[in-house]
Design a binder for this molecule. Structure first.
Ligand code: ATP
Ligand code: ZN
Length: 301
């Protein structure tokens, strides 16, 4: 509780790993000021009733399921694996996924040694596949109607083939550098992943729900802003339709009259996608002039 009686929200994020910096950055952009002392497990929110718990990513779904935390940020891969494991144990919705986040992109893929012939899922029949994601792998194999042995390991999956423990692996990949270093090639994508925000499924008391809604709105705003740009340009009235169509991810540009001319107007638009040089060149070729692209600082729908 805060001194004024507001209950505090607890959010779990990864303590140190690939999701940590982006998660803290997202919270900072949502306006959270926190104090974090070295080796501390909790960051206390100073200007919001929100505390951030720093834990191992694998523990996050269980912390949310057990109501130790109200919210958690973790990879979709971890969430899905846990959900399938709980489903197998008869628990159907241990937590709720409330938002996809725009970082932590990777894929859970099956990879085989370079020298092994691969012509589709059938090539995996009868093989041993090492993974730390047995439920996700099993689901994929079942969907593909492939019978293979799932070898569950707790880590260092990529060296399993060279140690003779498996003929293939199923592990997280982003650039593929680790696979290449272990002379493995990516064969199939089992799951596309990115960070997600999860919450306890039950309704909390209204003060806490209100703060969670506020936080979600801000997170949405932060994500939209990241790629958004504000474009201003002058356009001949005759080319307005063509120019509007060229503005990426912008539904309703604002059209303003220009002093002293009837042929040209000013066009202002928020573009919700990246604006590349090619786009600007296209706009110019369509007759636009005085093109200005500005970053967007904050945005609320
Ligand atoms: P912890 O000590 O918290 O258990 P970890 O070693 O399990 O850490 P990381 O390697 O930091 O976890 O990865 C955390 C998450 O980052 C993954 O679950 C995944 O969602 C995401 N991720 C993005 N790219 C990659 C990648 N190339 N390899 C592994 N994970 C990735
Ligand atoms: Zn982990």
């Amino acid at each position: 509780m805060t001194p004024d009686g507001t209950p505090r929200i607890k959010l779990a994020i990864q303590k140190s790993g690939r999701l940590t910096d982006n998660s803290l950055d997202l919270l900072t952009r949502c306006g959270l000021k926190y104090s974090r002392r070295k080796d501390q497990l909790v960051c206390f929110g100073e200007n919001m009733p929100l505390d951030v718990l720093l834990v191992r990513d694998d523990d996050i779904p269980a912390l949310v399921e057990d109501d130790v935390c109200d919210l958690g940020i973790v990879g979709f891969n971890v969430v899905e694996e846990r959900r399938l494991a709980r489903l197998a144990a008869g628990v159907s919705s241990p937590f709720e996924q409330v938002m996809s986040l725009d970082y932590g992109r990777c894929r859970l893929s099956i990879a085989v040694p370079e020298q092994r012939r691969y012509d589709g899922p059938r090539s995996l029949s009868g093989l041993r596949i090492a993974t730390t994601y047995p439920h996700l792998l099993r689901r994929w194999l079942d969907e593909q109607q492939v019978e293979a042995e799932v070898v569950t390991l707790s880590g260092s999956v990529e060296i399993a083939p060279s140690l003779g423990r498996a003929e293939a692996i199923c592990d997280l990949v982003s650039t593929g550098a680790t696979l290449a270093a272990n002379r493995l090639v990516e064969a199939e994508v089992v799951l596309d992943s990115h960070a997600v925000l999860i919450r306890t499924p039950g309704l909390l008391e209204s003060a806490r729900e209100e703060w969670i809604s506020r936080l979600l709105l801000r997170m949405n705003g932060v994500q939209q802003v990241r790629e958004s740009k504000y474009i201003m340009l002058h356009a001949p009235r005759s080319a307005l339709e063509q120019i509007s169509a060229l503005l990426p991810g912008s539904e309703h540009p604002t059209i303003l009259p220009l002093e002293g001319t009837d042929e040209k107007v000013a066009v202002h638009a928020v573009c919700r996608e990246n604006v590349f040089w090619e786009t600007l060149e296209g706009l110019k070729a369509a007759g636009a002039s005085a093109i200005l692209v500005l970053p967007v600082e904050k945005m609320l729908p």
